[in-house]
Design a protein around this ligand. Sequence first.
Ligand code: RFL
Ligand code: PHB
Length: 395
Amino acid sequence: MSRSVKKTKVCIIGGGPSGLLLSQLLNVNGIECIVLEKETREYVLGRIRAGVIEHGYAKLMREAKCGDRMDKEGEIHEGFQIAFDGKLYRMDLKKYSGGETVIVYGQVELTKDLYDAHDRLGVKIIHKVENVVLHDIKSTAPFVTYRCGDEDFQIDCEYIIGADGFHGVSRKSIPADVLTEYEKVYPFGWLGILSRTKPVSPELVYVKSERGFALCSIRSQVLSRYYIQVPMADKVEDWSDDAFWDELKRRLPAEVSKNLITGPSIEKSIAQARSFVAEPMSYGRLFLAGDAAHIVPPTGARGLNTAASDIYYLYHAMLDYYKKGDSSGLQHYSEKALARVWKNQRFSWWMSMLLHGFPGRNQYEDKLQNAEMDYLFSSDVAQRSFAEHYVGLPY
Ligand code: RFL
Ligand code: PHB
């Protein structure tokens, strides 16, 4: 069987935010790479996911020369609200983090900016790839084969980056006796809708109510994103728009729900809440990044932000290798990335346990959850720790 063979330095599998950010950073620094993406650009841009960007991520976007629109259109948020027991409490991120803030800017916009930046550099992403297989990853001459249209291709490279998300092939290419997977599945999902309506509040509102968790988030002043906790077994088809809005209203405190503007959903989906880490994050010449190696429940807004810190470490390790011949960053990538990954895992788990309803749990545990909440609102130390994580731990 004949294959067209291409050659590059770095082959990146996955054209989501992780793969595109690394590719853009490498391209800007003259390090040649190829990105393989399973889906079309339109499909990737149709996935409505993250909304909150850490300042460290924003800095990396600027370094990748694609931060202009984010800085113009993204909203800087100095804090958010937590609703509990019918009352609102403000988390002052700026005050408790020593001056840091987050940017509310959707993953779709960020990914679009990364695609546009590639277009400006004249770099093409290869879409609609199938049968992607990683070969000889323990050798110094790894290669990737795939099919695109009716043709078979081979990419000879020096390094392979697995940025192909939770369901990708890269992690599965690491032998089972080398890889350890840690997982926690929560007994609920998040049903999210996007609607062309004015957000209910100028800041995000996280809600712990007797009926379960809810979140009022923002994409812009005319586009809102709302979520409610739903049982694991629920399907999107079970939820009409009206049923969603009614349930959301029941979970919001009166002073918030009175301002809620409803409208038709333009996207509706359910995401299962799951924590997952694969160790190690590198094997031979393969390096995993982002959701390919770890995922969190969306509660703490850490998923995409943790993916960005992986890319930060990988990018600097690659710069050191290609510009100075120093491979120590690549050798220590896995342990360095995992140290930050686990801290974000802990924070996401903690915030998920704090705010969700756990049907069937005993009353003692419910009391502890309320005490945890009470402590958070009454302690400067607790709020400082919270803010430190939410704005992003240092890289
Ligand atoms: P992605 O986005 O899954 O992209 C992986 C890409 O790889 C492609 N692919 C392949 N390509 C080639 N060959 C193959 N064999 C392939 N298999 C897969 C896929 O088509 C895809 O394009 O992973 P990446 O780039 O690591 O990015 C991770 C983020 O998408 C994810 O962590 C966040 O969306 C998580 N998340 C949030 N993170 C935050 O930091 N802040 C938030 O506010 C936030 N909110 C959220 C979220 C995730 C959510 N869902 C739906 C899980 C809210 C939600 C509801
Ligand atoms: C979102 O806007 O999609 C979003 C915001 C904050 C989160 C999770 C999701 O914690």
